[in-house]
Design a protein around this ligand. Structure first.
Ligand SMILES: Nc1nc2c(c(=O)[nH]1)N=C([C@H](O)[C@H](O)COP(=O)(O)OP(=O)(O)OP(=O)(O)O)CN2
Length: 169
C-alpha cells in the first residue's frame, strides 16, 4: 500500500464575491443577496521516494483561477426544479413562484446545479476539479475533498475517493 498524505489548502485569498438566493420550495426563497464565498480543498496523494506528493502549487493556481471565474456575478441555479429561466439578447428572466426578475446576462452566470447552496457548489466545484481522471492518476491523487463556505465556520463539503469509485463499478 503506498504511503499517503493529505494536503489541505484553505487560503484566505481563495474567495469570490457573488450574489444568489437559496430556494426552499416552489413558493419560498430568499431575496437576492451576496456572500464572500470561500473555497478550500483537502487532497490526498501518494508520497514519493523524494518525500513529496503532487506539487500543491498546481492546485493553488487552479483554485485562484476558479475563484476569479465566479467573482462579482449573480449565480443562478440552471437546474432548479422551481425556477423558469428565459432570455433575450440582454437579460435572463428568472421566474420563481410567478415573480420574475430580469438579470443582466453580462453580470449573471447560470450554473448546472439545482440550487445555489454551499452543498451544491461544493459538488459542482468537486466535479470541475476531479473530472480529469487521467490528471488525478498522473498526480497520484487518491481522494479529493472540496469545501465551500457562505459565511464564517460553515462549510458545504463534497468528496471523491478513487478506491470507493473503483469498487462502485
Ligand atoms: N443547507 C443549506 N441551508 C442554507 C443555505 C445553504 O447554502 N445550504 N444557505 C442559506 C442562505 O444562503 C443564507 O444566506 C446563508 O447565509 P448565513 O447562514 O446567514 O450566513 P451568515 O454568515 O450570515 O451566518 P450567521 O450565522 O448569521 O453569521 C440558508 N440556508
Amino acid at each position: 500500500m503506498p504511503r499517503l498524505s493529505s494536503i489541505e489548502i484553505r487560503k484566505q485569498y481563495l474567495h469570490f464575491s457573488a450574489a444568489h438566493f437559496t430556494i426552499f420550495s416552489a413558493t419560498e426563497r430568499e431575496r437576492l443577496h451576496g456572500h464572500n464565498w470561500r473555497l478550500g480543498v483537502e487532497i490526498t496523494g501518494e508520497i514519493d521516494a523524494n518525500g513529496l506528493c503532487f506539487d500543491y502549487a498546481i492546485y493553488k493556481k487552479i483554485l485562484k483561477d476558479l475563484c476569479h471565474q465566479y467573482d462579482e456575478y449573480t449565480l443562478i441555479a440552471d437546474h432548479s426544479p422551481y425556477l423558469q429561466i428565459s432570455e433575450d439578447e440582454e437579460f435572463y428572466f428568472v421566474t420563481h413562484n410567478h415573480r420574475t426578475q430580469p438579470l443582466l446576462k453580462t453580470d449573471t452566470l447560470l450554473l448546472p446545479v439545482k440550487n445555489i447552496t454551499i452543498e451544491e457548489l461544493a459538488n459542482y466545484f468537486l466535479k470541475l476539479l476531479t473530472d480529469d481522471r487521467e490528471r488525478l492518476e498522473e498526480l497520484k491523487i487518491y481522494r479529493f475533498e472540496v469545501r465551500v463556505s457562505s459565511g464564517p465556520d460553515q462549510w458545504g463539503i463534497a468528496r471523491w475517493d478513487r478506491l470507493a469509485e473503483a469498487n462502485d463499478v
